[in-house]
Design a binder for this molecule. Structure first.
Ligand code: NAP
Length: 256
């Protein structure tokens, strides 16, 4: 073992990675933004709160000198991902982006990808009953929607909601049966989501498929260039093993 692994977290994959490293006795520190009132904590040591931009993170890396950083933040957490790339680049700290794949449509799906929350709002403006599952940030983009809008988020949004909004505070994972019941109860006729990927929140897509509802997906922000990227925890573990930061033995090859 040559040093600490900093895991930038806030996702199920980050928790899975931290748990695997803790089990192996690796010196791992998970970092959370501190946005969620009652976060699901990873195993092992955790620090909470921003670093103070790319500059602050660069200073943190200079002081703590971890052997590697794994950026396992959410696919839409573009700010911290950009900061990690800039800060790690400055210090030559090995950096890996762990990002799960986006969702893939199945036969029968009516999906439309858009580039922004504003474009998603435009795409659903003509619907009677919209199910908004894009998280609490950026909801003001939907503030002028004229119809009924079911807004689901983990914590209360602090942005204006549409006049016809019903707010549901809840945290996944959700079952397909629960999603079906919710969509039927609210007579949802279109679902809006970020293309977050992963299994924890994909039941809404299965439910939409079963009900024949269209889905509007906001596409992911681009990844920073030149950062090694993997899609699975197993691949991240393999990358760390290659750097002598954990015992070898798990298959997986990082792209590029
Ligand atoms: P963001 O816009 O990319 O980041 C905003 C600021 O929050 C960053 O500049 C950084 O502050 C701080 N930050 C973010 N992640 C951090 C981490 N893991 N450790 C320490 N500081 C962090 O991020 P966001 O979209 O607000 O998401 C915040 C967190 O929630 C992320 O960790 C992400 O994994 C998780 N999350 C996000 C979403 C989503 O849809 N965006 C969904 C589920 C979970 P400083 O500049 O001060 O360092």
């Amino acid at each position: 073992m040559t040093g600490q692994v900093l895991v930038l977290g806030g996702t199920g994959e980050a928790r899975e990675l931290a748990a695997a490293l803790v089990t192996e006795g690796v010196d791992v520190l998970s970092s959370l933004a501190g946005r969620t009132a009652e976060p699901v904590l990873p195993e092992g040591p955790v620090r909470v709160g921003g670093f103070g931009g790319a500059e602050g993170l660069a200073e943190w890396l200079a002081e703590h000198r971890p052997g590697a950083v794994v950026d396992a933040t959410h696919p839409f957490a573009a700010q911290i991902t950009g900061n990690a790339a800039a800060a790690a680049g400055r210090h030559g700290t090995p950096l890996l982006r762990l990002q799960r794949p986006g969702w893939q449509p199945q036969p029968g799906d009516t999906w439309r990808h858009v580039d922004s929350l504003a474009a998603a709002a435009e795409a659903v403006a003509g619907f009677r009953s919209v199910f908004l599952t894009t998280g609490r940030q950026g909801l003001r983009a939907f503030a002028d929607l004229p119809g009924r809008v079911l807004v689901r988020s983990v914590d209360p949004p602090d942005e204006p909601l549409p006049a016809g909004a019903t707010l549901l505070l809840d945290r996944g994972p959700f079952s397909v049966a629960d999603e079906l019941a919710l969509m039927r109860e609210h007579e949802v006729d279109v679902v809006v989501t970020k293309d977050s990927g992963g299994h924890l929140t994909e039941a809404k897509l299965t439910a939409a498929r079963e009900l024949g509802l269209p889905v509007v997906l906001v596409s992911r922000p681009p990844l920073p260039e030149g950062v090694a990227t993997v899609a699975t925890v197993a691949e991240a573990l393999a990358w760390l093993a290659v750097r002598g930061l954990r015992p070898p033995g798990v298959a997986g090859t990082p792209r590029p």
